[in-house]
Design a protein around this ligand. Structure first.
Ligand code: NAD
Length: 489
C-alpha cells in the first residue's frame, strides 16, 4: 500500500455522503472533546433530517450496482480496507484514545480487533450460499437464494468507536447492502477516519455514507431513516431504552433489526474454582475500557467458603491498577467518557454504601487527574437492594455478592431483564455443563474473561437484544432469503 496519512490528516469534520466530504446543510457544528481534559478536539457537522435524507438518497442510488458486484469484487475492496486500517493502526489507536479516553495500548488493540471483523467478512462475502431444494413435484425446480436486504442504517455507541462500527459496516458491505451510519456524538472522529480509509480502499460513492450529529439533532436525523421505507434494516448497538425506541419507531415500515443492547453480566466464582485464575479473568473482563463495556461483569457472585479470600486477592490487584490519561504508557484505566457517566458511577457507589456495602478499595473520584476519573473500586457485602444490582454501572466498580449454593447463584444471576454476557469459574466438569446450560445469556465465559472474537457469534437474549455480530451467523442479519420456484421443466 502506498496510501499513508499523517495523524492530522485522518481527522475529518464533515459528513461523508456520496463519496464527498460535505458540511451539514444547515452549517451547524458541535464540539468533540477529549474526555481526559474536557478540551475541544474539533467541531464536526451537526446533521439534521436533510443530511440524513441526502445520505439515504445516495445509498439508494448506489445500491443496485453494489448488490450486483461480484462477491469477490466486494471482498477485494474489504481486504484493501482491512490493510489500510492496519497500516494506520497507530494513528487510529491514538485517535480512539484521544476522543474516547482508553489507554493507548487498548486503543491499538481495538484497531486490531475491529479490523479483524473487516477481514472476516471480506472472506465471508464469497461464501454466501443458497440451497437447491430436493425436488418435491415433477416439472418444478425450487431454489433458495440469499440477497442483500437493501439500505442499512447503522447507529453506534461511544465505548468502542472503531470496533462497533466496523462490526456493522463490514458485514453489510460484504452482503451487498449500502449503508448510512451515525456514530455516537462523543466519538465521531474514529468513524470518520474509518470511512476515509474505506473510500481510499475503493468503496464506491454512495455505498457507505456517514453523518455526525449531536444527541438533540440525532433524533430527527435518525427518525428520517426510521420513517423511510427504502431503509430496510437498522443495526444498533447502545442502550436498551434507545433500542426499544428504534424497534417501536421502525415498526411502521417493518424493518429488520439487529439490537446489541445493554447487559448486566453476572460473574460467578464457585468454591471449586482456581481463585487466581478467577481474579485474573475478572480483571480482564471488568477493567478493560475502564469498565465501560457491555460485556463487563456487573455483579460478582462469590461462594461463601472462598468469599473473603477472593475479596482479598481481588482488592490487592485492583488497588495496584494505574489510573492515568491515555497518553501515559503505564495507564491501565483512563477517564470515564463524560460527566454523566461519572455521576452514575458515584450514585451507584454511594447508594451501595448507604445500603451496607463495605469499600475494600477505591470508591472516590480523582479530580486531581482530570474531570472524569474514578478509582477502581471493590465493594463487599453487595445485595439485591442496591441500584448497581439492577442496572449497569458502566465503570470500574466491582460489587461482591455472597452465595451459599449453586441454585442460589443461578437464580440470582438470571434475575435480571438482561442477557448479554455471563461468566463463571469452576473446575468441576459436571457443574460446568449444568451451569452453562442454565445461564440465560447470549454469551457464556467458562473459566475465561476475554470472550469476543470475529469468529464467534456476539449478541444477547432477553432485553439485551437480538441479532448476532461476527462468525458465520453475522451475515444472516444483512441478507433476505428469496425462494425461486421454476415451473414448466
Ligand atoms: P445510547 O443508547 O445512549 O446511544 C447509542 C447511540 O444511539 C448513539 O449513537 C446515540 O447518539 C444514538 N441515540 C441515542 N438516542 C437516540 C434517539 N432517540 N434516536 C436516534 N439515535 C439515538 O448508548 P451509549 O451511552 O452511547 O452506549 C452505552 C450503551 O451501549 C450501554 O448500555 C452498553 O451496554 C451498550 N453497548 C452494548 C453493546 C452490545 O454489543 N450489546 C456494545 C457496546 C455498548
Amino acid at each position: 500500500m502506498t496510501f499513508k496519512l499523517e495523524p492530522g490528516e485522518l481527522i475529518r469534520a464533515d459528513n461523508f455522503i456520496d463519496g464527498r466530504w460535505v458540511p451539514a446543510a444547515s452549517g451547524a457544528r458541535f464540539a468533540v472533546t477529549n474526555p481526559a481534559t474536557g478540551e475541544v478536539i474539533t467541531n464536526v457537522a451537526d446533521s439534521d433530517r436533510a443530511d440524513a435524507r441526502a445520505a439515504s438518497d445516495a445509498a439508494a442510488r448506489a445500491f443496485p450496482a453494489w448488490r450486483d458486484a461480484l462477491p469477490k469484487e466486494r471482498a477485494a475492496i474489504l481486504h484493501r480496507w482491512h490493510a489500510l486500517i492496519l497500516e494506520h493502526a497507530d494513528v487510529l489507536g491514538e485517535l480512539i484514545s484521544l476522543e474516547q479516553g482508553k489507554p493507548l495500548a487498548e486503543g491499538r488493540g481495538e484497531v486490531a480487533y475491529g479490523a479483524s471483523y473487516v477481514a472476516w467478512f471480506a472472506d465471508e462475502a464469497t461464501r454466501i450460499y443458497g440451497d437447491i431444494i430436493p425436488q418435491q413435484q415433477r416439472g418444478k425446480r425450487m431454489t433458495a437464494v440469499k440477497e442483500p436486504v437493501g439500505i442499512v442504517a447503522a447507529i453506534t455507541p461511544w465505548n468502542f468507536p472503531l470496533a462497533m462500527i466496523a462490526r456493522k459496516i463490514a458485514p453489510a458491505l460484504a452482503a451487498g447492502c449500502t449503508v448510512v451510519a451515525k456514530p455516537a456524538e462523543d466519538t465521531p472522529l474514529t468513524a470518520l477516519a474509518l470511512v476515509l480509509l474505506a473510500h481510499e480502499a475503493g468503496v464506491p460513492p454512495g455505498v457507505l455514507n456517514l453523518i455526525t450529529a449531536s444527541r438533540e439533532r440525532a433524533v430527527p436525523a435518525v427518525a428520517d431513516w426510521l420513517e423511510d421505507s427504502r431503509v430496510r434494516k437498522i443495526t444498533f448497538t447502545g442502550s436498551t431504552p434507545v433500542g426499544k425506541y428504534l424497534a417501536r419507531e421502525s415498526a411502521a415500515t417493518l424493518k429488520k433489526l439487529s439490537l446489541e443492547l445493554g447487559g448486566n453480566a453476572p460473574f460467578i466464582v464457585f468454591d471449586d474454582a482456581d481463585l487466581d485464575a478467577a481474579v485474573t479473568g475478572l480483571l480482564v473482563a471488568k477493567f478493560r475500557n475502564g469498565g465501560q463495556t457491555c460485556v463487563c461483569p456487573n455483579r460478582v457472585y462469590v461462594q461463601a467458603g472462598v468469599y473473603e479470600r477472593f475479596a482479598d486477592l481481588l482488592s490487592q490487584r485492583v488497588a495496584a491498577l494505574k489510573v492515568a490519561p491515555a497518553t501515559d504508557p503505564a495507564a491501565q484505566i483512563g477517564p470515564m467518557i463524560n460527566v454523566r457517566a461519572l455521576d452514575k458511577i458515584v450514585r451507584h457507589v454511594d447508594d451501595a454504601v448507604s445500603h451496607g456495602a463495605r469499600v475494600l478499595t477505591g470508591g472516590k473520584r480523582l479530580p486531581e487527574l482530570g474531570p472524569h476519573y474514578f478509582e477502581p473500586t471493590v465493594l463487599a457485602d453487595a445485595n439485591a437492594d442496591m441500584e448497581l444490582c439492577g442496572e449497569e454501572t458502566f465503570g470500574p466498580v466491582v460489587p461482591l455478592f455472597r452465595f451459599e449454593d449453586e441454585a442460589e447463584a443461578i437464580q440470582a444471576a438470571n434475575d435480571t431483564p438482561f442477557g448479554l454476557a455471563s461468566y463463571f469459574y469452576s473446575q468441576d466438569v459436571r457443574r460446568i455443563d449444568r451451569v452453562s446450560r442454565q445461564l440465560e445469556a447470549g454469551i457464556v465465559g467458562i473459566n475465561e474473561g476475554a470472550l469476543s472474537s470475529e469468529a464467534a457469534p456476539f449478541g444477547g437474549v432477553k432485553e439485551s437484544g437480538y441479532g448476532r455480530e461476527g462468525s458465520k451467523y453475522g451475515l444472516d442479519d444483512y441478507l433476505s432469503i428469496k425462494y425461486h420456484c421454476q415451473g414448466g421443466l
